[in-house]
Structures are given as structure tokens and as C-alpha cells.
Ligand binder design. Structure first.
Ligand code: PLP
Length: 397
């Protein structure tokens, strides 16, 4: 049975082209044949070959973002990029101009939220969480009000696309408000990279986080775009790698793989997203029609082309996910409350999902390997699985 993988928001498989690009940088067992495994900081040939790979990857990523190569800082993952952006910018800007306030949203990934909370609890910053509407979107008016003249604000962070509910924020508009007040603006683009335009000037962002494993690259590598001149205090200290902004010997194969993956996604983005949008709309339409008590979470219009997320009344996500798995379909609850042991999703709570629906989150995130046939198989199985589940849980009905 072929796996129907519908969990691309959690992670994606490595594309074969990406693996092929990475391979030489691991070095072969016969070291005479392959000399790209060196430390890119070394002077010898093996080091220079690794450095060349690193530089090319940096340029490739910068080109996709419309940035300059030295504005790209390689990191170990999306969480690290978020942590570095929040902590690095807030602490540096406070030192520079005395600004002491952080503005973000209640629907951010915990990599941003917990960093902001640490800055409040350990470093005495004031934390403002912008209101979000039922789709999880923030309004420009609310940001404008929270910014004031901007002089007290150290950093603003608003995610580009939400991992749980797929909503896409109007980053360009929000960024311009920050730009007008010279307030550094960060966006967590971990779910957006490879799916939405990343032009950092059009988005008016000063910092942007991304993670390779979300766009068919390897796990354990990410990057932080950091606009030239943005105040920043390094989060990982040690060697002078990455222009002193992130110490640590580079994960060269990972970085090369990340750049290859991003370039491939960017080249295919429009065609692939149009293809996935049709599949997504079929999933959303059919699920809402066939499953009583199913509700779309996130914006019906401002959403990722590959992302369908629902709450389903009178079901427990965990049971549905296990039944789907047995039917050869990998899906996710979208971090909703999946069992009595787990806390309900902070995102679903923030958008006002009623308590009785919090346990029934279902996220179906499409990607490269999915086609119409797979979607039809899913849509045949899902209503039956939910009916069976409901019959086995009479107490909930
Ligand atoms: N930000 C968002 C929106 C995410 O969806 C994720 C991962 O799910 C992260 C940050 C963290 O990325 P990583 O897994 O690379 O640490």
C-alpha cells in the first residue's frame, strides 16, 4: 500500500535532486576521490571546496529573497532562527535605543511565543499580543495602535503563514507600518517558504526565519535573513562564523541541500501551488459537505495553497489519526488537543474555537507527491472513519 502523505506542514520528504546535491559534501569513503567534506573555515583545498559550496548556497538563497548573500545567516532549524531573531534583535535594540516592548501575536509558533515570554520574564521586556480575528489574522489598525510612534518597540514579530490553520498574514502591509517607524520587523516564514513569495523588500521585513525540512530539504538546518543594519546580538557565541552572528561549524551538506531545495521550490512555485490549490479546495469542499460538524479553521481565502484544516465536532483527533494511519494515510491534528494528556492548541483557543470542538482538530497538508487519485481515496475513507469513530464513542454524542 502506497502511503498517502498529507502531513507536509510537519515535514517533507527530501527530494532526490536535493540528496544528490548534498552527497559530495559528506565526502566519500575514498577520501582521495572526494574533497568537499572539509571545514569551510580551513585554508586547504577540501576546506575551500566546502566554502565554495557554502557561498553558492548563500547566494542562491539570497537571490530567492532579493537579498544580498551576507544578509543570510545559516542556523540549525526554524526554531533557532526564531529564537535568534527575537532575542538577538530585542536585546540589541534595547541596548541601542532603550526600546523595551515586544509586539507579537497569540497564534505564533512556540519558538516565537516562548522566546517573547522569556524576554519578558527573564529580561524585563513588556509583551504586547495583538488581537486576532476568527481566522487568526491581525489587522493593520491594531498593529498601528500598538506601535504608537514606535520609539518604545524593540521588535515586532508576526508569522507569515500559520502552521495549524494555514492563514496567511498581510505581511507587506504590517511591515510597512514598522518600516515607517524604523521598528525592526521579523516574520516566521517557516510554513511560507517554498509556497509564498519571499521577496524581503516587497514584504518590508528586516528578519525572516525559514527551515529546510518544510520545503523538501534536510532536517536540522535553517536560515535567518537579517537585513543589513538591523540591530542584532548573537544568540550562539563562539567562533566568528556567519559574520559573528552565529557561531558553530557549518552543516555544509545541509546548507547546500537547503539552497537546492529552495531554488527548486521557487522555480516551480506558481505551477505547483496552482495544482495544490485545486486539490486543497476539493478536500475542503468535500469534507465540509460530507462530514457533519466539520468546520474549516483559518481563512477560507487568505490561506496556504496546500493547507486544509478543520475542527470536527464530537470526535477525538487521536482516534481519527490512528484510523487514517491504518488506512495508509498520514495526517495530523495540527497540534490541536489530541488526547486528555495534552493541552488544547493555543492557536485554536486564540481564534475562539468552542471548547467542545478543541479535541477534534484535523490538518491535511498537501505536497509534491499527492495527486487527485490520492485525494479521492482520502475523501472516500474519511467520512467512513469518522462515522465509525463516532459510533464507538456514544458517550460524546
Ligand atoms: N515556525 C513554524 C511556523 C513552524 O511550523 C515550525 C515547525 O513546525 C517552526 C517554526 C520550527 O521549525 P523547526 O522544526 O525547523 O525548528
Amino acid at each position: 500500500m502506497t502511503l498517502i502523505y498529507l502531513d507536509h506542514s510537519a515535514t517533507t520528504p527530501l527530494r532526490p535532486e536535493v540528496f544528490a546535491a548534498m552527497e559530495p559534501f559528506f565526502g566519500s569513503t575514498d577520501q582521495r576521490e572526494n574533497s568537499k567534506y572539509g571545514n569551510p573555515s580551513s585554508i586547504h583545498g577540501a576546506g575551500r571546496a566546502a566554502y565554495a559550496g557554502l557561498s553558492e548556497a548563500r547566494r542562491t538563497i539570497a537571490d530567492v529573497l532579493g537579498a544580498t548573500p551576507n544578509e543570510i545567516v545559516f542556523t540549525g532549524c526554524g526554531s533557532e532562527s526564531d529564537n535568534a531573531a527575537l532575542r538577538g534583535i530585542a536585546l540589541a535594540r534595547r541596548k541601542q535605543v532603550g526600546a523595551n516592548r515586544i509586539i507579537t501575536t497569540p497564534v505564533e509558533h512556540h519558538a516565537v511565543l516562548y522566546s517573547a515570554e522569556d524576554l519578558r520574564d527573564l529580561f524585563g521586556f513588556e509583551l504586547t499580543l495583538l488581537p486576532v480575528d476568527r481566522d487568526g489574522l491581525v489587522s493593520a489598525e491594531d498593529l498601528e495602535r500598538a506601535l504608537g510612534d514606535g520609539s518604545s518597540v524593540a521588535v515586532v514579530s508576526v508569522m507569515y503563514a500559520n502552521n495549524e490553520i494555514g492563514s496567511v498574514q498581510a505581511i507587506g502591509e504590517l511591515g510597512r507600518l514598522c518600516r515607517e517607524r524604523s521598528v525592526p520587523f521579523h516574520t516566521d516564514a517557516v510554513q511560507a517558504a517554498g509556497k509564498l513569495p519571499l521577496d524581503v523588500d516587497a514584504l518590508s521585513v528586516d528578519a525572516l526565519s525559514a527551515s529546510a525540512h518544510k520545503f523538501y530539504g534536510p532536517k536540522g538546518v535553517g536560515f535567518l535573513y537579517l537585513r543589513k543594519g538591523t540591530p542584532f546580538r548573537p544568540f550562539l557565541t563562539g567562533g566568528s562564523h556567519e559574520g559573528g552572528r552565529r557561531a558553530g561549524t557549518h552543516n555544509v551538506p545541509g546548507i547546500v541541500g537547503m539552497a537546492t531545495a529552495l531554488a527548486l521550490c521557487e522555480a516551480e512555485r506558481e505551477t505547483e501551488m496552482s495544482r495544490l490549490r485545486l486539490l486543497r479546495d476539493r478536500v475542503i469542499g468535500h469534507t465540509l459537505e460530507m462530514i457533519t460538524g466539520a468546520r474549516l479553521t483559518g481563512s477560507p481565502t487568505e490561506r496556504l495553497d496546500n493547507h486544509a484544516s478543520f475542527t470536527i465536532r464530537d470526535v477525538e483527533a487521536e482516534g481519527i489519526l490512528i484510523a487514517l494511519d491504518l488506512a495508509g494515510i498520514a495526517a495530523s491534528s495540527g497540534s490541536a488537543c489530541t488526547s486528555a494528556r495534552q493541552k488544547p492548541s493555543h492557536v485554536l483557543e486564540a481564534i475562539g474555537v468552542p471548547v467542545e470542538e478543541l479535541a477534534g482538530g484535523l490538518r491535511l497538508s498537501l505536497g509534491y507527491s499527492n495527486d487527485a487519485e490520492q485525494v479521492e481515496l482520502l475523501l472516500q475513507s474519511l467520512p467512513k472513519i469518522i462515522d465509525r469513530h463516532r459510533q464507538s464513542m456514544p458517550a460524546l454524542l
